[in-house]
Design a protein around this ligand. Structure first.
Ligand SMILES: [Ca+2]
Length: 143
């Protein structure tokens, strides 16, 4: 297992690479839409956040948070995504909110790099994808 160091600019580059970011988000959305009805339900979104570990990395919530509080947190996140309060999240809503979240993470990281372990199933993780982008840039010697 390798380790890669990413900081705010790594994440920002990832988000600003619109074509790649959209592709990543769209793939994620399709993978999360478990019943293939074209929208994400509350439980589908919750699984999404559990798999992306964004709760831990972005919201700073301890994994031992009581279930009631976690449910409240997930509900409030869902409401954030569900811009038109339709009770479901469509692809446009998902794209725009993921962008906001990733940019917020970028701001949070700032110029304080974090180390990320590259796990076998790491492509489940958006930050890992950002890290991959950084790694590929380094490999190609561009700045
Ligand atoms: Ca669905």
């Amino acid at each position: 297992m390798g380790v890669v160091v990413i900081d705010g600019s790594t994440v920002r580059d990832f988000v600003n690479d619109e074509e790649q970011f959209k592709k990543s988000v769209d793939e994620r959305f399709a993978a999360l839409d478990l019943n293939h009805d074209g929208v994400l339900s509350k439980s589908e979104l919750r699984k999404a956040f559990e798999s992306m570990r964004l709760i831990e990395t972005h919201f700073g919530v301890d994994v031992s948070t009581p279930p009631d509080q976690l449910t409240q947190l997930y509900d409030s996140i869902f409401d954030k995504f569900d811009l038109d309060s339709s009770g479901t999240i469509d692809l446009d809503e998902f794209r725009s909110e993921m962008k906001k979240i990733m940019l917020a993470i970028a701001d949070g990281l700032g110029s304080c790099p974090i180390q990320m372990a590259l796990e076998e199933d790491g492509d489940q993780n958006f930050l890992k994808q950002a890290a991959d982008l950084e790694a590929s840039k380094l490999a190609h010697g561009s700045s």
